[in-house]
Design a protein around this ligand. Structure first.
Ligand code: ADP
Ligand code: MG
Length: 274
């Protein structure tokens, strides 16, 4: 694979959009796979009770498995729940189980309830150092669609937000609400958080609407939108049912190539920024 630069410090990205079905999970796992394929050390944190990212990465997430739920609620160290992705070197995942559905409510009464994921990640970085494991290059957090305490934990643990946008009519409307919420997080909980990257997904080049929406998003956020665009592709949507990312499921497909391109761009720009 293509060689990508290592960031000077671990880049922690939350993949967020308050709409469901816009490609958050698909983007999380395929960008993660693209980075890992280039030899970078990548951790995916699945913080959506649906557990779709865990499924797509082939990670066991049946109810009895230790998961990110135990980390958030019972202070179990992250190193006890991460599992290696069977098909990809350099990629590990902290799975979500169905118990996470209750975590939104259980978190409410806990101390430092917004910061629990951040603390767990800090402790995990220290653990890797102590045990001689290489430093993580990327952490990607797959969020549920709502702005509950799980998503707030993700925003507090991250330095960057990656927003996948589906090229359809309501895209910009949803985006302004999301940016408002991120503004609140920046003001009250995590001043370091930045929307660094926007990725256009499920792009159907045959429709005028898609190219119009893409042009609108680019003109509003010229610095943030990746040049690479993810096409609507059957191969991308089939891959999870084989517990795979599209990169291993069909490496030469347009979907795989576009995610590789997006991952490369993310890695290359990040290092050149500021
Ligand atoms: P979210 O996590 O935002 O809810 P998903 O990543 O699960 O969204 O995507 C929603 C659905 O769309 C899934 O069935 C997924 O396989 C499919 N999908 C995602 N991206 C693409 C794409 N580029 N082409 C075709 N189908 C896609
Ligand atoms: Mg999802």
């Amino acid at each position: 694979g293509r060689k990508l630069p290592k960031p000077d410090k671990t880049r922690v990205l939350t993949v967020a959009n308050q709409k469901g079905g816009v490609g958050k999970t698909t983007t999380t796992v395929n960008i993660a796979a693209g980075l890992a394929a280039a030899g970078l050390q990548v951790l995916v944190i699945d913080i959506d009770p649906q557990g779709n990212a865990s499924t797509a990465l082939g990670i066991d997430h049946r109810a009895e498995v230790a998961s990110i739920y135990d980390v958030l609620i019972d202070d179990v160290p992250l190193h006890e729940v991460v599992a290696p992705c069977p098909d990809l070197d350099n990629l590990i995942c902290a799975p979500a189980t169905i118990h996470l559905a209750g975590a939104e409510i259980e978190l409410v009464s806990l101390v430092a309830r917004e910061q629990r994921l951040r603390r767990a990640l800090e402790a995990y970085a220290e653990h890797r150092k102590q045990t001689g494991l290489p430093r993580l290059d990327y952490v990607l957090i797959d969020c549920p669609p709502s702005l509950g305490l799980l998503t707030v934990n993700a925003f507090c643990a991250a330095f960057e937000v990656l927003i996948p946008i589906q090229c359809e009519y309501y895209a910009l409307e949803g985006l302004s609400q999301l940016l408002k919420n991120i503004g609140m997080i920046q003001k009250h909980l995590n001043a370091e958080l930045e929307v660094s990257t926007i990725l256009l997904t499920m792009y159907d080049g045959r429709t005028n609407l898609a190219s119009q929406v893409a042009a609108d998003v680019r003109s509003h956020f010229p610095e943030k939108v990746l040049t690479a665009v993810i096409p609507r592709s059957v191969r991308i949507s089939e891959a999870p049912s084989y517990q795979q990312t599209v990169l291993t499921y069909d490496p030469s497909s347009s979907g795989a190539l576009s995610y590789l391109e997006a991952a490369a761009e993310l890695a290359e720009r990040g290092v050149n920024r500021g």
